[in-house]
Ligand binder design. Structure first.
Ligand SMILES: Nc1nc2c([nH]c(=O)n2[C@@H]2O[C@H](COP(=O)(O)OP(=O)(O)OP(=O)(O)O)[C@@H](O)[C@H]2O)c(=O)[nH]1
Length: 141
C-alpha cells in the first residue's frame, strides 16, 4: 500500500470590508510591492493573536485607510487555495464613521457602484465576495 502524507496547510483568516458610502463601494488597489501586485481587493488583513474578526478588521482599516468603520453585516466566508496556504476571506459590509481617508498601503482606491465592481481585476477570492454582496443587496430589497 502506498501511503501519502498530506501535510497540514496553513489556514489564514482575513477579515475584509465592503465599505458602502452614498450608494458606492470602496475598492482598494494593492500596492505594486505586495503579493498580487496592483490587483483589487476589499481592504482588510490577517488576524493578529487574540483578535476577533471584527477587532482585526477595525484595526486594519484604521491602519490602511485611517478611518473608523461601523460593521453592518457579515457576508459568507469564502476560501481560496493559494497552494501553500488557504485564505479564508471573511467579508463584512460596513459604513464609515469618519470620512477622511488617508492611504498608507494601497496604490489607490475607487468608489464604484455595485454594478461597476466586476470591471476591475480583483484577486480571485473577491469574485465570490462580489457575488455574495449582490445576493445580500437583492435580499435587502
Ligand atoms: N485584505 C484582503 N486580502 C485579500 C483579499 N483577497 C485576497 O485573496 N486576499 C489575500 O489575503 C492576504 C491578506 O494579507 P494582508 O492584506 O494582511 O497582507 P499582505 O498582502 O502583506 O499578505 P501576504 O504578503 O501574506 O500575501 C493577502 O495575501 C491577499 O492576497 C481581499 O479582498 N482583501
Amino acid at each position: 500500500m502506498i501511503e501519502v502524507l498530506v501535510s497540514e496547510k496553513l489556514v489564514v483568516r482575513v477579515p475584509c470590508a465592503v465599505i458602502e458610502h452614498n450608494g458606492k463601494v470602496l475598492a482598494g488597489q494593492r500596492s505594486a510591492a505586495l503579493s498580487f501586485p496592483l490587483q483589487w481587493e476589499f481592504p482588510g488583513g490577517k488576524l493578529e493573536k487574540g483578535e476577533t474578526d471584527e477587532e482585526a478588521l477595525a484595526r486594519e482599516i484604521k491602519e490602511e485607510l485611517d478611518v473608523e468603520i461601523e460593521i453592518l453585516n457579515k457576508l459568507p466566508e469564502t476560501s481560496k487555495d493559494q497552494g501553500w496556504r488557504e485564505i479564508i476571506l471573511v467579508p463584512f459590509v460596513c459604513n464609515l464613521k469618519t470620512l477622511n481617508i488617508t492611504l498608507s498601503e494601497h496604490e489607490q482606491i475607487l468608489w464604484l457602484t455595485p454594478g461597476q465592481l466586476p470591471t476591475l481585476d480583483w484577486t480571485e477570492a473577491d469574485l465570490n465576495v462580489i457575488e455574495n454582496y449582490y445576493e445580500y443587496l437583492a435580499a435587502k430589497k
